[in-house]
Design a protein. Structure first.
Lengths: 395, 678
């Protein structure tokens, strides 16, 4: 009982006593293995989302907050359910999930709903669905499975790295084609981080990084006009205060009007008066910053950071390469979402349609993120499964 | 214990199972920690940036936010109205409606415009303007579809509102001139401000603001315009008003009250009929202008909405110059109406006395040139009174020659001729009384002939009708009256300036008496030149002076052929007919000056008109200030319902009568007698 007992806060301290414990595969026992603190933090984040969306709805649960919580409820159940799934099953599912996500990406290019100049959405059984969100999960799962298969030893063989590189490039290129520069970059960075963490050799890394500046130039020349405009707008937002630069300027104004302590919940003038563009989706953080001030904004950033670090620690604590890479991939995905979104609303990087996970209003982002957290939690629940025939360096 | 069954396990892996390999966990942990450090760093940088934005730059950005939240809108002040002396509105404000289109509130703009045009027709010009506006303004800025909607149009738009998404009706104000052309030259008109005005005063960019472009509207712009108010409103990002925060009421423009009597003005206009003429009625005791008419006139309301090119060209090319106020800026040779001034100058200079008699044989020889009297048979030995009475040219040739130009100019200026009147109108011109120096300044030599010509108001002498009225007033009252149009602003009814307040003219009263007597004789004596001007009113007599000013030299051959009759000349070569008068003779109240362009003879054309106008004036006695028929002292003129008060005939806008010059001579002109002639 003690050995398999409720291990809620364990991810911060060593549980050496459990190290060589045989995993208990009974569902109830595994449910107890779920890191409930992390689940609690996820719920708190969703709660922050609810509060913010309630304000974005003009002090009403009606348009945004209510439906979002229903989705979160679904997502939470899904997260717990996925966390109980054995990594073996997940690895089995990796290839089909990856193929499905890539197929959906290809499909959206053919028949996607065009929104804001980009084909990003697909209509699945009446529900608007954004396959690029799903593709990230599929890629993380696929890469984790692949690196798990080859193990650390064979990372040194470049030939072994070519297939996962292609597997990464495929969704990146498809998303780039949509075109969605922001998400494509996020997918690429997730893949690269996973390559890095999987044990890619240093000489390989240097070989890849060296030509990047030239690549950058090449990519810029192939960017869409509106993507170039975004970059230009970011560099000179004041040139077009009512056009493309409007979002950034208004966002900064709203944040600034929040000050240290904020204008008070439901009293943010910019958000309540609709000066904030897309305040319930991409710019929800601005709304929080305006109403709750720097204090509230920093609290949210700290909460996000805690979730990212928690995810990374979960990854580190895993005793198998699959769990480690899965955890790292999901944590990285979450981190990149947060970082890109925050930088965007603070005017630090060009605007791209990247929501703030669990807080921004939107179904597919919420559900895919919760699915990802389920994978992360699965890595935690099954952290003590060792890769056969390997030995941890430090033990 | 690690022997889990893995269906995908590779053979290689099985082979290697014996010797454990490095799991890669150490590498992973190190690299994951590196990634975490980077992540923490990024989040830290973002937190730092948030601090900068919210706390460091907070104040500045908060100001921007405040600006975002509130929108200050200026409220156009109501323009002051213009009234006549009895409070009848001559320029008023009328509620009008304009249709606006909110581009953001409609998806199919062309369809809405199409449906709108079925209700209120839009011409090509309108459509082009709307399209241009739609391209240039932001989605939340309303575009004007149609200005100056009638009540019916407004009602129809409101009724069809469901099929016209984004169309809204806005209440504005337009300038209303109830009397149309009647006072157009005096009151002037307003027009939308041009770019230059807006640069000078940005409040003019407010919708509905107008700038006075002529007349009283122009000269009294400062008091008429008022101060714009402002309203500070809380607005959302699309500019929709959420609530009102602060409101500062503007200062309405001050009302302006004129000395005009609109009824008399109408009567005078009715008397002038379709002549190209001007007439000024002045209170000769204080210089108040009771009526000042210049025909033809124009409809000043048209300027409010912008005059069409066709209309403008029609006005501009009309030889009768409807846009010009002939009363203040029309320059005419005064002809014989100048003779009283010459007589006064001669008396003042002492070169001639009232009793000196000169012989008029019908002509006057000077330096080998023969100047004719208008009467070929001459007037015989006549004194000054008779000279005025007969309007004898030869008498005044001699007087002018003896007196010289300098006293004539000095006395003329004293009497208000050749001096720009200080009246509250723009584009007021000054007449000219020539002197040898003036002529030399222009590079010409002054001949003796020029002096004798000036003696009968010909040659280089030029005056305006307003100057003539002022001059007549000064002769009549002996006071140095200044013509003026403004009475009081803001509804204060000023009591008439008493005659005693006006200083006397700088001339001995006995000289004025001589001239007044001569002018009395012109109208009332047997053989006076203007018997047609004799008043039919019992006990009231009028004094006056005719004038016929040639606009073209009559050749000697033609004159001596004996067949000369100026009525046979084309209209534009006929002499101008002038008449000045004042009445009652024994206690002068009013002075009238009439100039009929190309009216041929003052005695026949202008004198009867002046008599009628003077009769109207005396019967009405507008300066008595106790008029029962003063409809509403305030700006109470109902829009669209300003019927001309009692008994006035109001001719339709003269511009509509056609552009052709009236070639038919006025009736009762079958045997005209040339008035003054060279």
């Amino acid at each position: 009982m003690k050995r398999n007992g409720l291990n809620t806060f364990g991810f911060l301290k060593s549980d050496r006593r459990l190290l060589r414990a045989e995993p208990d595969f009974r569902p109830m026992a595994r449910l107890l293995q779920v890191n409930w603190l992390y689940v609690l933090l996820v719920c708190v984040l969703a709660g922050v989302g609810y509060i913010a969306l309630y304000s974005a709805g003009g002090g009403s649960a009606k348009p945004f907050a209510g439906p979002q919580m229903v989705r979160f409820g679904f997502g939470l159940v899904m997260m717990i359910a996925v966390s109980l799934v054995s990594p073996r099953v997940l690895r089995m599912a990796a290839v089909p999930v990856y193929l499905l996500s890539v197929t959906l990406l290809a499909l959206v290019l053919r028949m996607g709903h065009v929104g804001k100049g980009a084909e990003r959405w697909i209509n699945l059984a009446g529900m608007q669905f954004q396959p690029s969100e799903f593709a990230k999960i599929g890629l993380v799962l696929m890469l984790a499975t692949w690196f798990h298969r080859i193990g650390n030893e064979r990372m040194g063989n470049p030939l072994r790295l070519i297939p996962p590189a292609l597997l990464t490039l495929l969704p990146v290129l498809l998303v780039l084609k949509e075109p969605n520069l922001g998400t494509a970059t996020i997918i690429g960075v997730i893949g690269a981080t996973m390559f890095f963490a999987a044990g890619m050799r240093l000489w390989q890394i240097l070989l890849l990084v060296a030509p990047l500046p030239f690549m950058g130039k090449l990519i810029y020349s192939h960017l869409h006009d509106y993507q170039k405009a975004r970059i230009d707008t970011f560099l000179h937002p004041e040139h077009d205060p009512l056009g493309a630069g409007y979002n950034i300027i208004q966002s900064k104004i709203a944040l600034g009007s929040g000050g240290m302590w904020g204008e008070g919940y439901l009293h943010g003038s910019q958000g309540q008066l609709n000066f904030l563009p897309e305040k319930q989706t991409d710019f929800i953080f601005t709304m929080i910053g305006e109403e709750w001030g720097f204090v509230g904004g920093v609290a949210v950033i700290a909460l996000l950071g805690t979730l990212v670090m928690g995810g990374m620690l979960i990854a580190i604590r895993s005793r198998n390469q699959f769990g480690r890479l899965l955890g790292l991939g999901i944590a990285m995905d979450f981190f990149l979402y947060c970082a890109v979104n925050l930088s965007m609303v603070m005017g630090a990087i060009p605007v791209g349609g990247v929501p703030l996970p669990l807080i921004s209003y939107g179904g597919s982002a919420m559900l895919t993120m919760m699915f990802g957290f389920g994978l992360l939690m699965s890595a935690w629940v099954h952290r003590n499964e060792r890769d056969p025939g390997t030995e941890d360096d430090e033990d | 214990m690690f022997s889990r069954k893995t269906p995908f396990r590779s053979r290689i892996r099985q082979k290697r199972q014996a010797e454990p390999v490095r799991s890669g966990r150490g590498v992973f942990t190190r690299r994951a920690l590196l990634v975490m450090a980077v992540q923490a760093g990024v989040l830290g940088v973002l937190g730092r940036r948030l601090y900068n934005l919210q706390v460091v730059d907070g104040g500045h950005l908060r100001q921007l936010a405040e600006r975002n939240r509130t929108s200050k809108r200026l409220l156009a002040p109501a323009r002051g109205t213009v009234h006549d002396r009895f409070g009848v509105a001559l320029a008023d404000n009328k509620v009008s409606w304009r249709a606006l289109l909110m581009p953001e509130e409609t998806t199919d703009i062309p369809a809405v415009i199409e449906r709108f045009s079925q209700i209120v027709p839009l011409d090509e010009h309108d459509r082009a303007r709307i399209e241009r506006d739609l391209r240039h303004v932001h989605k939340y800025v309303p575009v004007t579809l149609h200005e100056f909607l009638s009540w019916d149009d407004m009602a129809r738009i409101e009724l069809n509102a469901p099929s016209l998404p984004g169309v809204l009706v806005d209440v504005g104000s337009t300038r209303l001139y109830p009397f149309k052309g009647l006072t157009a030259h005096i009151v002037g008109y307003v027009a939308p401000p041009n770019e230059e005005d807006v640069v000078k005063d940005t409040t003019l960019s407010l919708p509905g603001m107008r700038v006075g472009r002529a007349g009283i509207e122009q000269t009294q712009e400062a008091s008429l315009r008022g101060e714009p108010g402002s309203v500070e409103m809380e607005v959302n990002a699309v500019g929709r008003v959420i609530g009102e925060i602060d409101r500062v009421e503007g200062q309405q423009g001050e009302d302006v009250r004129l000395t005009l009597d609109s009824v008399l003005q109408q009567q005078v206009l009715g008397r002038l009929e379709d002549r190209v003429a001007s007439a000024v009625v002045m209170d000769c005791r204080n210089g108040e202008v009771m009526a000042m008419v210049s025909t033809p006139s124009f409809d000043p309301s048209l300027f409010d909405s912008g005059v069409s090119h066709a209309q403008w060209n029609e006005w501009a090319s009309d030889p009768r110059t409807p846009l010009v106020d002939k009363a203040v800026s029309g320059l005419y040779p005064p002809g014989s109406t100048f003779k009283p001034a010459v007589a006064l100058a001669a008396l003042k200079s002492g070169s001639v006395t009232a009793q000196d008699r000169f012989n008029c044989p019908g002509y006057y020889d000077l330096g080998g040139v023969r100047f004719h009297c208008w009467n070929r048979w001459g007037h015989g030995m006549i004194n000054m009174r008779e000279g005025l009475k007969f309007s004898c040219d030869v008498y005044f040739y001699e007087v002018a020659r003896r007196c010289g130009m300098d006293p004539i100019k000095a006395v003329g200026n004293t009497m208000g001729l050749g001096v720009k009147p200080e009246i509250e109108l723009p584009h007021v011109r000054s007449g000219v009384i020539p002197t040898p120096e003036w002529r030399q300044k222009h590079g010409f030599h002054w001949n003796g002939g020029d002096t004798v010509n000036a003696g009968i108001g010909q040659g280089f002498v030029q005056v305006t009708p307003l100057e003539l009225a002022t001059y007549t007033s000064r002769i009549a009252s002996g006071r140095n009256v200044q013509p003026h149009l403004l009475r009081a602003t803001n509804d204060q009814i000023s009591t008439m300036a008493s005659a005693d307040d006006v200083p006397k003219v700088d001339l001995p009263p006995e000289f004025l008496d001589v001239v007044r007597g001569g002018m009395f004789a012109v109208v009332n004596d047997q053989h006076g030149t203007a018997p047609k001007a004799r008043l039919d009113l019992p006990g009231i007599q009028m004094a006056g002076k005719t004038g016929s000013a040639q606009v073209r030299r009559v050749s000697r051959a033609l004159r001596e052929s004996g067949h000369f009759n100026s009525m046979n000349l084309p209209w534009e070569y006929r002499p101008h007919a002038l008449f000045i008068c004042f009445a009652p003779y024994d206690n002068p109240k009013y002075a009238v000056a009439v100039v009929v362009e190309h009216g041929n003879a003052g005695a026949d054309e202008a004198a009867p008109l002046a008599k009628l106008i003077m009769t109207d004036t005396l019967l009405r006695d507008p300066a008595s200030d106790v008029r029962p028929a003063a409809p509403g002292m305030a700006s109470s003129v109902v829009p669209n319902a300003a019927p001309p008060p009692a008994g006035a005939e109001m001719p339709s806008a003269p511009a509509e009568t056609g552009t052709s010059v009236p070639t038919d001579p006025p009736v009762a002109q079958t045997q005209p007698e040339p008035g003054a002639a060279q």
